[in-house]
Write a protein that binds this ligand. Structure first.
Ligand SMILES: Cc1cc2nc3c(=O)[nH]c(=O)nc-3n(C[C@H](O)[C@H](O)[C@H](O)COP(=O)(O)OP(=O)(O)OC[C@H]3O[C@@H](n4cnc5c(N)ncnc54)[C@H](O)[C@@H]3O)c2cc1C
Length: 342
């Protein structure tokens, strides 16, 4: 297979594929490498490469990799699918629509994406949840951030920042920010945390992190950039705190409306319903990773990668059973795929 690198260009207009994978996170890139091993004509189309792994620093729970930087893990996933197995990865493209035409899906999106595929894997993960308060939209990118790990260094030497949330990301974000900013406020609507206890302990040990509990953000204020955050406590007391930045770390959610507009069946929270073979309710459409309903409460890289591999195999089975592709010719006993065992 050819050696190529991720490209910002759209794939050739009107091109036909066996399998189009939407999303280049752990699920999509794992699906891509398995698709290549099964000799499918496959591509990956994605907004970025790495997905949520771009929001964290280090991974120490992926078997066989004894603590690895998240960016290195992303590079390895990408290189495995793209460089070793030659699956083209097209990035900076948002897939917007998918309409069934005969045995194929006609897939369109930004940057002129306009291609056909007999099977599709939806591996789009989840998107960051918003506070939905006045000022949030206006100051996004001007002091409102959804990734403490990515943006904390930009606040080096600043007086104060707020982190909103009570999970691992919020706690990790506050800890990282405490190394850059003089004062960090951790605003959380409850008094208990979803975050792992060791994160909470570490955050509590930092003298420049102040916990503001049982409180919610009501408004973000500023001029050209964020200047303050208005917080209301459960007992109704309102205070305005001067901050240079506010980091919204309140989790993520699937694009429920988009899934439903494509005709995909979702659960009550908007995650795609699949069976154990990652089949959705639509023929030839499979789903994998954080976007699916199956991993409620346990959305991890290992599950994303595993479900991506299963989805690719399911797509292959779907295509061969319907005669939409020919099975690879077995050249010698036990030698499929040019001698490599799939
Ligand atoms: C801060 C943080 C720390 C974490 N730490 C760990 C950890 O230590 N260990 C662990 O196992 N898990 C960890 N996770 C969870 C892990 O990152 C996810 O489970 C995993 O990334 C899910 O992979 P995915 O491929 O399903 O989705 P994602 O990683 O979300 O990737 C989705 C991909 O789809 C693309 N996409 C979305 N919509 C579209 C569209 N319409 N068109 C085209 N492309 C689209 C995105 O650009 C992205 O590339 C962490 C998550 C976060 C947020």
């Amino acid at each position: 297979m050819s050696l190529r690198l991720s490209t910002f260009k759209a794939p050739p207009k009107g091109e036909h594929y066996d399998l189009l994978i939407v999303g280049a996170g752990p699920a999509g890139l794992s699906a891509a490498l398995y698709a290549a091993r099964l000799l499918l004509k496959a591509i990956v189309v994605s907004m970025d490469v790495g997905g949520q792994l771009n929001l964290t620093n280090e991974v120490d729970d992926y078997p066989g990799l004894l603590r690895i930087s998240a960016s290195e893990l992303v590079a390895r996933f990408r290189d495995h699918a793209e460089k070793l197995f030659g699956v083209p990865v097209y990035t900076n493209i948002t897939v917007q629509n998918m309409i069934r035409e005969g045995d194929e899906y006609h897939i369109t999106g930004t940057r002129g994406l306009d291609v056909y595929s007999k099977a599709v894997i939806i591996a789009v993960g989840t998107a960051r949840r918003k506070l939905e308060v006045p000022g949030e939209k206006e100051f996004t990118g001007k002091g409102v951030s959804y990734c403490s790990i990515c943006d904390a260094p930009l606040y080096k030497g600043k007086d104060a920042a707020a982190v909103v949330g009570g999970g691992d990301s919020a706690m990790e974000g506050a800890i990282i920010l405490s190394g850059y900013v003089k004062k960090v406020y951790l605003i959380h609507r409850r008094s208990e945390f979803r975050a792992k206890p060791f994160y909470v302990e570490e955050a509590r040990s930092k003298p420049n992190i102040e916990f503001i509990l049982n409180s919610v953000v009501k408004e973000i204020k500023g001029d050209k950039v964020v200047r303050s955050v208005v917080v209301e406590s459960k007992d109704g007391a309102v205070r305005e705190i001067s901050v240079d930045g506010i980091f919204v770390e309140i989790g993520s959610e699937p694009p429920k409306k988009w899934f439903q507009s494509l005709g995909l069946e979702t659960d009550d929270l908007g995650y795609i319903k699949t069976d154990e073979w990652m089949r959705t309710n639509l023929p030839g459409v499979f789903a994998a990773g954080d976007a699916i309903s199956m991993w409620r409460g346990f959305r991890q890289i290992i599950n994303a990668a595993a479900s991506g591999a299963i989805a690719a195999y399911s797509a292959y089975t779907y295509l061969t059973e319907r005669g939409l592709i020919r099975r690879p010719v077995v050249k010698a006993e036990g030698a499929v795929n040019g001698g490599k065992q799939g």
